[in-house]
Design a protein around this ligand. Structure first.
Ligand code: TRP
Ligand code: SF4
Length: 326
């Protein structure tokens, strides 16, 4: 079984990336033959006005992935733009993709106003899912760990591949999404966690700012006074406890909150400690990696070469199916 996945280059990864994507990839690498990409061409669809940031973001994400346990010895890890075969296959797939299919993709259809406001109502963004289909097919990906927001992209990928197989009597595998069980993970303010809302906790958040961010979270307004009991079910801090704290700590929270046995400060301090415990080691490991740029670069280079060998072989097969070459 071939696993293929990636994350779009758009600045530092946050806890939402961990729960929705990275944690799933980590589970895959011991069982399957995995390809994990840092997708900078995808990043460019929104960052085309600040392309100077992209190389640094790529390295940051690459280091983060290793620091959290993705192992370049076990999995093939690469940067998308270093494997130009993606773009060739993207071009081939573009011809097989009717405009109507793309117009129906929810991430395009539902983001019209946003895209116009951000100056991203353009061909690159429109064709985003076609490039994603190429990313997957260039490695014959069969299983694709992604967040729930990516399901419509995977559907399109399957449609394109079916069409390809039909037209050229080919046998490219139809990939399936593999969704994390984690429910939607809200940002600090309760909205979707996103860099553009400034409501995220980074995977490499420093202790001090982690504390500051958690302390800034809004709690149950019933608990205006320390002696007022509250309802954890309406409190985002508790939502976080459910994701990052042990069952014992969750029970402690519910009991303490509903009986006013604990204050919100205690509750947040506990959460903060648990998140710190999760991110502390990878955060330090990432610093180490970034402090040794030569070593990191050679790991990146080796990964990209490995990916490229596989991609160029597959591209050749694809062109043979199309009778472009013999
Ligand atoms: N679109 C994905 C996201 O935003 C990133 C991505 C690009 C990807 N190419 C991919 C994911 C191929 C899986 C497979 O998260
Ligand atoms: Fe929220 Fe915890 Fe305060 Fe209860 S005690 S309102 S769960 S922060």
């Amino acid at each position: 079984m071939r696993v293929m996945s990636g994350t779009r280059t758009s600045g530092a990864l946050h806890l939402g990336h961990y729960l929705g994507w990275l944690s799933n990839c980590l589970k895959m690498q011991d069982q399957y033959d995995c390809y994990f990409g840092v997708m900078d061409w995808h990043g460019m669809t929104s960052a085309y006005k600040s392309t100077h940031e992209i190389p640094n973001w790529n390295r940051d994400i690459f280091a983060e992935m290793i620091a959290w346990g993705l192992d370049p010895e076990k999995s093939t890890m690469f940067i998308q733009s270093h494997v130009p075969e993606h773009i060739e296959l993207f071009m081939i797939f573009s011809n097989l993709t009717p405009m109507g299919w793309l117009e129906r993709v929810t991430t395009w259809k539902d983001a019209q106003e946003d895209a116009k406001a951000n100056d991203t109502h353009n061909l690159g963004r429109f064709a985003y899912p076609v490039l994603q289909a190429a990313d997957i097919a260039i490695y014959s990906g069969q299983l694709v760990p992604v967040g729930a927001d990516q399901v419509s992209h995977l559907e399109l990928t399957r449609e394109i591949i079916r069409r390809f197989n039909h037209l050229y009597k080919a046998k490219l595998p139809e990939p399936k999404p593999l969704l994390t069980e984690t429910p939607a993970f809200p940002g600090l303010d309760g909205r979707k966690m996103s860099k553009s809302y400034g409501n995220s906790i980074l995977l490499s958040e420093e202790s001090k700012s982690l504390k500051r961010k958690i302390n800034s979270m809004v709690t149950d307004p019933q608990r205006a006074l320390r002696e007022n009991p509250g309802n954890p079910l309406v409190c985002n801090v508790y939502t976080y406890h459910k994701l990052f704290s042990s069952e014992t700590d969750q029970k402690w929270t519910v009991e303490g909150c509903t009986t006013a046995g604990i204050g919100c400060g205690d509750c947040k301090a506990k959460l903060c400690g648990n998140i710190e415990q999760l991110i502390e080691k990878p955060r330090e490991k990432k610093k180490e990696l970034l402090n040794n740029p030569k070593q990191l670069d050679s790991i990146i280079l080796a990964g990209c070469e490995k990916a490229r060998t596989e991609a160029s072989q597959n591209l050749k097969t694809i062109k043979q199916y199309m009778k472009l070459i013999v």
